[in-house]
Every structure is written in structure tokens, then in C-alpha cells.
Design a protein around this ligand. Structure first.
Ligand code: FAD
Length: 468
């Protein structure tokens, strides 16, 4: 690398009432905070390492169409996310669909989409079902999640459902989702899972409804980026931030692989392990992050000419099947979105250091296909148009006992440097409703530091209706 270019021109703008703000990471969190700040009139620059925006929410080309690299859906209860989509003018592109959930056990799929299905489920007796229903209802009503942090998910479920229902219903599910690690996981795991699942139900009719935006997250990311640009912000992709340090005269220096830039304020949205590598000594103090174990995901995605089954999600509780679930995206998303093809995701969650994450695509494919043949012996290879293997090494922490005490505590040693990332999620699943909620909470907390500069449109006409 040659001598770094000094592109400090932005620093000279800091005498103006608006501020130069660097946002590190162009995942959904980075883009949402950039959109919010740019529309407040600040000069925002997003720096994203990958050549494509979106991080875990990014998209992938599946032959003749694009869709999310990992599967995403929107719940009716995702009020923060829905508010954001409305704000960037995507309300009209939202589609809501009645979906169904399945449960695969003992070589058979059962519908678990409504109360009737639940009553008919053959593996649990009537008393077991009553206790199961009570557990789900009770869990969905618990507000103080801290009481669940110091009991294992196994002990808690046995206590509320009984041993027999636990062994037949929950244990296979926990094994499928977490492997043997489930024994170390707290009851907060099942609480967050049930709470989010429950909120997909239309309470009036007890039916599951899920949503998506036409075009998938590609549309959401592009529209958000468009909104940042419209408000005068800049987005640089393919730029890796290497070093972040305090400037003696105020503000923050950011070194990336192109050179050095100065910002009045910097918001870091990438994972905490990246922060550890790029922060100058004294910029931040991080306690505890070495003790947190993360889950990664390997996800085989199939583009087929026929659907596998009628469910959006099939939870797989069968130790012979190497993937955790079957996500029938085409049971949610119209075939018009996917060039008439069916799109199915087969995820497997493992610890970040698991060898599966490093296995060659062909090995993963062979292993997953063996499981698929067990589930669908009638499957024909000629119906499969393409196979894609996607991986993410660090997706979310393993919620072990008393996890909130292990969460990396990040204290910044510079009043102009802020950390805003999903590592702080202790009582929810990783989802973009929480991302928007966290961004808004952050901006409310730091209202004074990021006060609005007023008109951000610089006289341009909005290409779509931006609402406050
Ligand atoms: C399998 C799966 C299924 C999911 N399903 C759903 C769902 O149904 N609904 C839902 O709401 N959410 C879902 N999510 C969660 C959703 O994808 C995340 O909430 C969201 O993507 C998190 O965004 P983020 O910006 O916080 O993090 P990330 O996406 O991790 O973004 C961090 C960004 O920082 C960048 N970066 C890292 N290092 C550097 C560096 N040195 N310099 C510059 N940039 C850097 C990365 O490239 C990345 O783009 C799912 C996630 C997965 C993996």
C-alpha cells in the first residue's frame, strides 16, 4: 500500500452547525442510523468492508433473480421496522401472507399452524398438550426475562411441561437448534423464541401472518441507501476500516485501506470483535467479550421447480437430519418475485469454531442432500435448478446461564466515539425490528449530540414520500 491519502476535507466543514459523522459498517444497523442522521442534516459517510451493502441482511443472486442471502420475514408486531419502512416510502411494497408452520419428527411432518393442528398432534397426550399450551401462553406473558436467566432451558421446560412432553416435543427441537450445547443455555432462549413466534399470530383469528417487501432486503437496502444519498450522505463499499483513534483537537480519526479521514463523530456498528482489532489503545475499554460464545450458520439454499411442502418454516426434531429447519420462502413470497422458481433455505446453527463452517461446499451439499432424501424420498434431482451454500461465522451469542453478565461492556474513552451494535441484545432474538428500536433508543439517548440541523433535502425533490 502506498502513502495514505489524507482526505480530511470533511474536517473543515465541522465549523458549520451540522457535523461530519462516520458510520462504520453498512449492515442494516449502519444504514438505518445513517439514514436517520443524514435526514437530520448531518454529513454522514458510511464505510462498509464488503462490496455489497447489507451485512447479514444482504442479498444473493440465485440465477435469474435476487433474494436475501439468509431468510428474512417481517412480523405484524415488528412496529419499529414497519415504521422505518413507511418512513423510507416502502409501505406500499409490503405484502402480508397467511403462512403455516410445520414440525418434523419421527419421519413425518405435522402442521402446527393453528389450535386444531395442535389438538390433533399425535405424539403428546391430552394432559401433555394442556401443559404445552399453558407453557406457551405463560411464556408469552412473562415480562421479567431476568428470572429466566439463571435456570437452564431444560430445567425450566421440564418444570412447566413435565418430563414426558419435554422429551417428546422440546428436547428434539433444542437438540436440532443448539446441538448438545442446549444443556448450557438458559430459559431466556425459549422465552425469546416463543415470544417472537407468538407475535406472528393474528390474535383475533389465531392465524399466522408474515410479511415481506417486494424485492426482498435488496429493495430495503437500496431504498435506505437512496435515502442517505438524497439527504447528502455518502456510502463507500469495499472499504475496510483498519484503525480508529482520537484526534487531539476533537473528533475521531478513521484509517481505512484508502487513507485517513476525520469525523466530528463516529458510530461503530460492526461486531465487537472487529472493534477490538481496530480501536486505538484507550479509545474503548471492552470487558467480557472473550467469554461470549457465538453461533454461526451454514445455510444451503435450493432453487427448485417444485415446492417441498406447504410450510414457511418446518422445525426439524430428528437427529438424522443435518439441518435445523426447512424455510419454504416461496410459501411466503410470490413466485413472481423469484422468476417462477421455488426458494428453500436449509439452515444449520453451530458454534462459531465448529468445523462445519469451514467444510467445502461439496461436503456440506452431500451431507444436507442425504438428510433431504430422508425427508423427501420422492425428490428428483432434475427438479433442483441450483444449489447455494451461504455461511456466517458470527450470527448471535449462545445465551448461556446468566448471559447478560457476560455481555461485552464497551465503554468509550472519547465523547465523540459511539458503539451501537447487536452485541448488546440480551433479551431478544437477532432481528431487524430490534435493530431499528436500538437505533431510535440510541438517538433519543444522545439527542443533544446528534441534534437535528433542520432541512436535509438541500432543495431536491423527494423521489418518494418521506414521512417523519
Ligand atoms: C439466518 C438468519 C436469519 C435471519 N432472519 C431474520 C428475520 O427473519 N427477521 C429479521 O428481522 N432479522 C433476521 N435476521 C437478523 C438480521 O439479518 C440482523 O438483525 C441484521 O442483519 C443485523 O445487522 P447489523 O448491521 O447489526 O450487523 P451486520 O449485518 O453484521 O453488519 C455489520 C457490518 O459491518 C461490516 N464490517 C465488519 N468489519 C468492518 C470493517 N473493518 N470496516 C468496515 N465495515 C466492516 C460488515 O461487512 C457488515 O456489513 C436473520 C439473520 C440470519 C443470519
Amino acid at each position: 500500500m502506498g502513502a495514505p491519502t489524507d482526505f480530511t476535507t470533511q474536517a473543515t466543514r465541522s465549523n458549520a452547525p451540522w457535523q461530519t459523522i462516520g458510520v462504520i459498517g453498512g449492515g442494516f444497523m449502519g444504514l438505518v442510523v445513517a439514514q436517520r442522521l443524514a435526514s437530520r442534516g448531518h454529513a454522514v459517510t458510511v464505510l462498509e468492508r464488503d462490496t455489497q451493502l447489507g451485512g447479514l441482511a444482504t442479498y444473493h443472486q440465485y440465477g435469474p433473480f435476487f433474494w436475501d442471502r439468509f431468510y428474512h420475514c417481517i412480523l405484524p408486531s415488528d412496529t419499529h421496522l414497519l415504521g422505518f419502512l413507511k418512513e423510507v416510502g416502502l409501505e406500499e411494497q409490503l405484502r402480508w401472507v397467511r403462512t403455516r408452520t410445520g414440525y418434523y419428527v419421527n419421519g413425518q411432518s405435522y402442521s402446527m399452524s393453528g389450535n386444531g393442528d395442535f389438538v390433533r398432534f399425535p405424539l403428546v397426550n391430552l394432559w401433555g398438550k394442556i401443559r404445552l399450551a399453558f407453557t406457551v401462553l405463560y411464556c408469552s406473558r412473562i415480562n421479567d426475562w431476568r428470572q429466566l436467566e439463571n435456570i437452564t432451558v431444560e430445567d425450566w421446560l421440564v418444570k412447566t411441561c413435565g418430563r414426558s412432553t419435554y422429551e417428546k416435543f422440546w428436547r428434539p427441537l433444542l437438540l436440532a437448534k443448539l446441538g448438545e450445547h442446549y444443556r448450557r443455555v438458559s430459559a431466556v432462549f425459549i422465552w425469546t423464541y416463543i415470544k417472537r413466534l407468538f407475535s406472528a399470530r393474528d390474535t383475533a383469528v389465531q392465524k399466522e401472518h408474515l410479511g415481506y417487501v417486494s424485492g426482498g432486503y435488496k429493495t430495503i437496502l437500496e431504498r435506505t441507501a437512496e435515502s442517505v444519498h438524497f439527504a447528502g450522505g455518502e456510502i463507500a463499499t469495499g472499504v475496510t476500516v483498519k484503525h480508529i483513534s482520537s484526534c487531539a483537537k476533537g473528533g475521531v480519526w478513521v484509517d481505512d485501506d484508502r487513507g485517513r479521514a476525520h469525523f466530528d463523530k463516529v458510530i461503530f456498528t460492526s461486531p465487537t470483535n472487529v472493534l477490538q482489532n481496530v480501536a486505538a489503545p484507550g479509545l474503548v475499554k471492552i470487558d467480557g467479550s472473550n467469554t461470549v460464545e457465538y453461533l454461526g450458520v451454514v445455510c444451503m439454499v435450493l432453487v427448485t421447480r417444485k415446492p417441498f411442502d406447504p410450510y414457511y418454516v418446518v422445525n426439524i426434531a430428528d437427529s438424522r437430519i443435518p439441518f435445523t429447519g426447512l424455510i419454504g420462502m416461496s410459501n411466503l413470497v410470490s413466485l413472481q418475485e423469484t422468476a417462477g422458481r421455488y426458494l428453500t433455505y436449509l439452515p444449520k446453527y453451530v458454534l462459531s469454531d465448529d468445523a462445519l463452517l469451514r467444510k467445502p461446499d461439496e461436503e456440506i451439499q452431500a451431507m444436507f442432500f442425504a438428510g433431504l432424501r430422508l425427508m423427501f424420498p420422492e425428490m428428483k434431482m432434475e427438479d433442483i435448478e441450483s444449489v447455494h451454500i451461504n455461511r456466517a461465522v458470527k450470527v448471535q451469542p449462545l445465551q448461556v446461564l446468566n448471559y447478560s453478565a457476560l455481555v461485552p461492556q464497551v465503554a468509550t474513552g472519547n465523547a465523540d466515539f459511539f458503539v451501537l451494535n447487536t452485541a448488546q441484545f440480551v433479551n431478544c432474538t437477532l432481528n431487524n425490528n430490534e435493530v431499528v428500536r436500538l437505533v431510535d433508543e440510541f438517538l433519543t439517548k444522545h439527542e443533544r449530540q446528534f441534534a437535528s440541523h433542520g432541512d436535509s433535502t438541500h432543495g431536491k425533490t423527494e423521489p418518494y414520500a418521506l414521512q417523519s
